[in-house]
Write a protein that binds this ligand. Structure first.
Ligand code: F0G
Length: 367
């Protein structure tokens, strides 16, 4: 039974401090033992936010929820995987970790590794990481190496480095990452009391869709839910190897988090699609930005562009959603990570250089 429900049953009022982080909350489901040093920032327990404006656009009594994983400690779902990967690296005696990243993995790896007293090396594609993510990696004390190449190239390099030298790889090739990330599916079921009918999710390296599917299946096998969702994965049109069925040599999209042409979790993602009778589809950058702006201005939820691909995909496929269905869209990262895109793409008014007097302000306001 989830911790908060257990507390309520005991007649105790839960407080935020009661949430111990996802390893303790879901300990029986995770490959940890009494010997594992738990390195946590109390990640997980992110809200499942109803999205009535998006649901209204779909109609037919469909309800839509946003799994807002941008509210994790470093602002993305990567914290779920990183608390596990770093705790297990620490348990194994590792002194340093390495990852390639479009930004979020590097922020999470840096925060958790430093908290665990380890060095964090992060390789990023030079010039293609949103500013907030770079700021995080630096502030958390990572050793940042920006390479003249894309994420796929950076990942190939860190794999070789981790093969040759005593350093732990914490990309999603590390199996503990997906173990931690599967807890997001547990939380969705715990919140809804059942699995949703559709799970819409952005795909880059395709670890997260694989982790969600593992989580839903484990919960169903344990009797915690009766059904399983259709796994609906979305990629940016310029970076859509899973939709095209082939590697993309030069991936390109405004959603830099998912600017990936050669996903390492390809096989797991395809298995999730087949087993769940789900589907993959590409959404254009214009569709991503439309959904991004709609989430902000109609739902009050600020996510990063890559995250909005899940909602862009749902809106694109609105006609196929069964009447009365419950849909969860995964919002993987916080919008504050990429302020430049928000400032460039919005429909708001922004008057600058105004004289600082009441009459001027009132006139500009239309009075
Ligand atoms: N959304 C965001 C905000 C991401 O940062 C990523 C991946 C994804 C979606 C896709 O998840 O790779 O599991 O399919 N970001 C990685 C990184 C690649 O380095 O931060 P995936």
């Amino acid at each position: 039974m989830p911790l908060l429900q257990a507390l309520r049953r005991l007649g105790q009022r839960p407080t935020m401090q009661d949430w111990p982080g996802l390893i303790e909350a879901y300990r029986p489901w995770l490959p940890v033992s009494a010997k594992t040093p738990v390195i946590t920032l109390r990640e997980g327990a992110t809200p499942l936010i109803p999205a009535p404006a998006i649901a209204e656009r779909i109609g037919r009594g469909v309800s839509v929820f946003l799994k807002y994983d941008g509210l994790n400690p470093t602002g993305s779902f990567k914290d779920r995987g990183m608390t596990m990967a770093i705790s297990k690296a620490k348990e194994a005696g590792s002194e340093a970790v390495i990852c390639a990243s479009t930004g979020n993995t590097s922020a999470a790896a840096a925060a958790y590794a430093r908290r665990g007293g380890m060095r964090a090396f992060v390789l990023i594609p030079d010039g293609y990481v949103a500013q907030g993510k770079l700021a995080q990696a630096l502030l958390y004390g990572a050793e940042v190496l920006a390479v003249k190449g894309n994420f796929d190239r950076a990942l190939a390099i860190v794999r070789e480095v981790a093969d040759r030298y005593p350093i732990t790889l914490v990309n999603s090739l590390n199996p503990y990452r997906l173990q931690g990330q599967k807890t997001a599916a547990f939380e969705v079921v715990d919140a809804l009391g059942e699995a949703p009918d559709w799970l819409c999710i952005p795909m880059g390296n395709a670890g997260n869709i694989s982790a969600y599917w593992m989580g839903f299946k484990e919960y169903q096998q344990a009797g915690n839910c009766q059904k399983l969702p259709r796994m609906m994965g979305f990629q940016a049109a310029g970076s859509a190897p899973l939709v095209l069925g082939e590697t993309v040599e030069h991936p390109d999209t405004i959603a830099t988090a998912i600017r990936i042409g050669n996903p390492v979790n390809r096989d797991n993602a395809i298995k999730a699609r087949e087993e769940s009778k789900g589907d993959f589809m590409a959404v254009t950058d214009a569709e991503i930005i439309e959904a991004y702006k709609l989430l902000g201005s109609a739902e009050g939820v600020f996510c990063e562009p890559a995250s909005a691909a899940s909602v862009a995909g749902l809106l694109k496929r609105h006609g196929e959603v069964p009447a009365g269905a419950r849909v969860v869209c995964v919002l993987t990262g916080n919008g504050l990570k990429d302020p430049a895109t928000a400032i460039e793409h919005n429909d708001s008014t922004f008057h600058t250089g105004l004289e600082a007097d009441t009459n001027t302000v009132a006139r500009v306001m239309g009075f």
